[in-house]
Structures are given as structure tokens and as C-alpha cells.
Design a protein around this ligand. Structure first.
Ligand SMILES: Cc1cc2nc3c(=O)[nH]c(=O)nc-3n(C[C@H](O)[C@H](O)[C@H](O)COP(=O)(O)OP(=O)(O)OC[C@H]3O[C@@H](n4cnc5c(N)ncnc54)[C@H](O)[C@@H]3O)c2cc1C
Length: 393
């Protein structure tokens, strides 16, 4: 075998998996189709540091653009709930430079002993007698077969590895979000708070601002694909929001990017003989926020360690890889599932109802907007809404 393990995709999930597998003795090849890791950026770049520490990624000023104090959550009528840093979820606390971050995480993998090749497109899995034997790649127009015993698919939202492995990776339109983001400059904003606008406009979109400095911010929109007919509608909604915003309307967009985000629950199954899926490829994304960097790193850490164990035991069976399936589910499944249910309910309630709940949370002083705390507020102050929303957890 050329390698013990091939990791497809050098995003945060793949690089973390490669790192932990290499640290634990595996011969690892990390393959990335892009010429430059992390570029172009398709991300709001918000993250909470505690989850990075959990997956042993040292916090480094090199890739931090801005430390924020918290978030401002705006209900449809414009009321604002301020949430301080300690009480935030997985996506706020730091606004990062994704190119530098992704490259740093890939560097950690290389320092641990993984080999990394960029500009290499993985085009299929080699499977013989139901056993994974390697991957077929194209690089600079040259085709190549590389053998290995294990493959980790960390190839993002549009993952092919899962499909090639025969796993069900389909996402419903009502669980897919179309996203568009502008990098606005020339602003004069408070850079200490991220901002989130709930259920904005006729399509109930979600809008964010992740400030990089007083003058720059990632301002973007996510909208359920089941609610729009074409991507142009998403652009119109964002343009309309920005042109009516007192601060953002003064900015200039110098970069834009679009992409898909899965707001589905995690895949029912993320393994098969010789294959594990990590991060967006496994739908390890928070359905409420669309955030997935930290979850990809956590899943990558678990997958990398299980890969190393599997290699030491020379056991690449699905039964052995169950350790990964169980491992990431223990760490994240409840949280991801609660967010999914909350997202589904949130997309059904009226803007007026969201206004009422945010106003009450402000009045009674709920600092941490978890699903549980929102339910408690509803239970105590709005049992009628709770009945309407139904059982969330
Ligand atoms: C508009 C937008 C805003 C977002 N904002 C945030 C945010 O603020 N905070 C947050 O936490 N998350 C955010 N996310 C989600 C976040 O970007 C992802 O959850 C995260 O990047 C997942 O990491 P990953 O390693 O699983 O996949 P990715 O980062 O997508 O990495 C996958 C890698 O695989 C490579 N690849 C794919 N196919 C192949 C192939 N066949 N061969 C070789 N290489 C391949 C890709 O080039 C890519 O580098 C956002 C997403 C979008 C679209």
C-alpha cells in the first residue's frame, strides 16, 4: 500500500483528521483539489474558540481577524437581543481569516507527519470485492491511482466520497440553504459584535455580519432553497437589506461568494468498510447557524484517532469504524439534532411570534439563547406559543 490513510479535502475537517491520524502513527496522504488551501473563502469566518481548544487547535493571533464581545440578535421588527461572548454557541467569539486558519490546520497535519498534495482532484474510490483499495486522482491532467486501506471523505458540502461509498447523502431542498456573502469595506461599525437578523424579508432569510474590523465585515444571507426560485432572488434580498441598513449601506463590496450550506441533520450513517465521512460531508453543520468549522474539527479529531487505531489493528471493517460513528455522535449528535428541530420549527413560525419571543427574552433577561432556554421562556410566559410550536425536544 502507498499509504495507510488518504484524506480527501484539506478543509478544517480533513486536515484535523490527517493530523490526528499521523500523530498516532499512520502514514497519511492529505489531498486537496484547490491550488491554495482555504482559497477562495466560502465562509462567514465566525467561530467560538472553546471548540477549537477542544480539538486541540492552538488559538493563534496569526489567523484571528477580530475578537468579538458578543452578538446582537435582531428579531424581524428590529428589536435587539444582546448576547455576551461566554454564552454563545459554536460560531461566535472570533472572526478569523479562513485562508490563514485552514493553512495553519493543514500545517499542523504536515508537522505531525502527514504528506499533503494540493491541486489533486480525487475522482473516484477504488473498491474491489467490496473493500476500499485507494483512490483515483487527476493532477495537472495526469491520472494516477494511489493505494491505501482507509479513506476519510472530508470533501465538504458537495461531497462525492460518501456517494461513491454508497452512503445516502441526499439533502432535501427544505434542508438546503443558498448563501451569498459580500465582503464590505469602507464601513464605520462597532466591530465588537457579530449581528444576526432573523426571518428577514418575504423569504424569512437569515442575515449575518461578522466584523473583521471597524471598517470591514462579512455580510451575508442564507435562505432555504425551498423558498426561492433562483439564486438571483437571494442576491436581491441581500442587496435590499444592505441598501436599507444605516451602516452597511455606506459600505462597498470588494469580494463576494456564494455557496450551499446543508441545514439537514447529520447523515444516518457516516461509515462503511474502509471509509469515514467528516465535517460538511457528513452534514456536521449546525442547522440554526449554518456553522460547521468547529464541528468539522471535532469530527476530524475523532476520525483521525479511530483511523490510527484501525490501522494498528489492521481492521478496516465497518464494525471497527463504528468507533468513529459512536464517537462523533456522543460529542455532537444531540446538539446538532436540537438545532435541526429548532430550525425546522423556526422556519414555520410567523415573524410576529419571533418578535414576541425575542421581546420576552429581553425583558426577562435570558442571556443564553439555547433551544432549552427559549423553551423555558415559552413555557413560563407564552404557553400558547409553545403549544403552537409543539414539542421541540
Ligand atoms: C456562505 C457560508 C458561510 C459560512 N459561515 C460559517 C461561519 O461563519 N462559521 C462556521 O463555523 N461555518 C461557516 N460555514 C460553514 C463552514 O464553511 C463549513 O462547515 C466548514 O468549512 C466545513 O469544513 P470541512 O472541512 O468539512 O469542509 P470544507 O471546508 O468545505 O473543505 C472541503 C475541502 O475538500 C476539497 N475537495 C472537495 N472535493 C474534493 C475532491 N474531489 N478532491 C480533492 N479535494 C476536494 C475542497 O476543495 C475543500 O478544500 C459557512 C459556509 C458558507 C457556505
Amino acid at each position: 500500500m502507498d499509504y495507510d490513510l488518504i484524506v480527501v479535502g484539506a478543509g478544517p475537517g480533513g486536515s484535523t483528521a490527517a493530523r490526528f491520524a499521523a500523530e498516532n502513527g499512520a502514514r497519511v496522504l492529505l489531498l486537496e483539489k484547490r491550488e491554495k488551501i482555504g482559497y477562495p473563502v466560502r465562509c462567514g469566518e465566525g467561530i467560538a474558540p472553546k471548540w477549537l481548544e477542544f480539538s486541540n487547535i492552538p488559538i493563534d493571533n496569526y489567523w484571528i481577524s477580530k475578537k468579538v464581545k458578543g452578538a446582537k440578535i435582531f428579531s424581524p421588527n428590529g428589536s435587539c437581543l444582546v448576547v455576551e461572548d461566554d454564552n454563545l454557541g459554536t460560531e461566535v467569539g472570533l472572526v478569523i481569516d479562513r485562508v490563514k486558519f485552514d493553512q495553519t490546520v493543514a500545517d499542523l497535519a504536515v508537522e505531525a507527519g502527514a504528506e499533503c498534495r494540493v491541486g489533486v482532484f480525487v475522482k473516484s474510490l477504488i473498491i474491489e470485492n467490496n473493500t476500499v483499495k485507494g483512490v483515483e486522482v487527476t493532477s495537472n491532467g495526469v491520472e494516477e491511482k494511489i493505494s491505501c486501506n482507509l479513506v476519510i471523505g472530508a470533501d465538504g458540502f458537495e461531497s462525492q466520497v460518501g456517494r461513491w461509498a454508497g452512503l445516502n447523502t441526499l439533502t432535501k431542498p427544505s434542508d438546503s440553504c443558498g448563501a451569498l456573502q459580500y465582503y464590505l469595506t469602507n464601513l464605520n461599525i462597532d466591530p465588537n459584535y457579530c449581528e444576526f437578523y432573523l426571518s428577514k424579508g418575504s423569504k424569512g432569510a437569515y442575515i449575518w455580519s461578522f466584523p473583521k474590523s471597524k471598517t470591514e465585515s462579512n455580510v451575508g444571507i442564507g435562505c432555504l432553497m425551498s423558498r426561492v426560485h433562483n439564486p438571483g432572488e437571494i442576491r436581491d434580498l441581500l442587496d435590499d437589506f444592505i441598501s436599507n441598513h444605516p451602516d452597511f449601506s455606506k459600505g462597498t463590496s470588494i469580494n463576494e461568494m456564494g455557496g450551499g450550506v446543508s441545514l439537514s441533520p447529520p447523515l444516518d450513517k457516516t461509515i462503511r468498510q474502509g471509509v469515514m465521512l467528516v465535517g460538511d460531508a457528513a452534514r456536521h453543520i449546525d442547522s440554526i447557524t449554518g456553522g460547521g468549522i468547529a464541528n468539522a474539527c471535532i469530527a476530524g479529531m475523532v476520525a483521525g484517532k479511530v483511523a490510527a487505531d484501525s490501522i494498528k489493528s489492521k481492521d478496516y471493517s465497518e464494525e471497527f469504524l463504528e468507533k468513529y460513528e459512536k464517537g462523533w455522535r456522543e460529542l455532537m449528535e444531540d446538539r446538532l439534532y436540537h438545532s435541526y428541530v429548532a430550525k425546522t420549527k423556526l422556519s414555520q413560525v410567523s415573524p410576529e411570534m419571533i418578535d414576541t419571543v425575542v421581546a420576552t427574552m429581553n425583558r426577562v433577561g435570558v442571556a443564553e439563547p439555547t433551544v432549552q432556554s427559549i423553551l423555558s421562556v415559552l413555557d413560563e410566559y407564552h404557553p400558547d406559543i409553545l403549544r403552537e410550536v409543539g414539542e421541540m425536544i
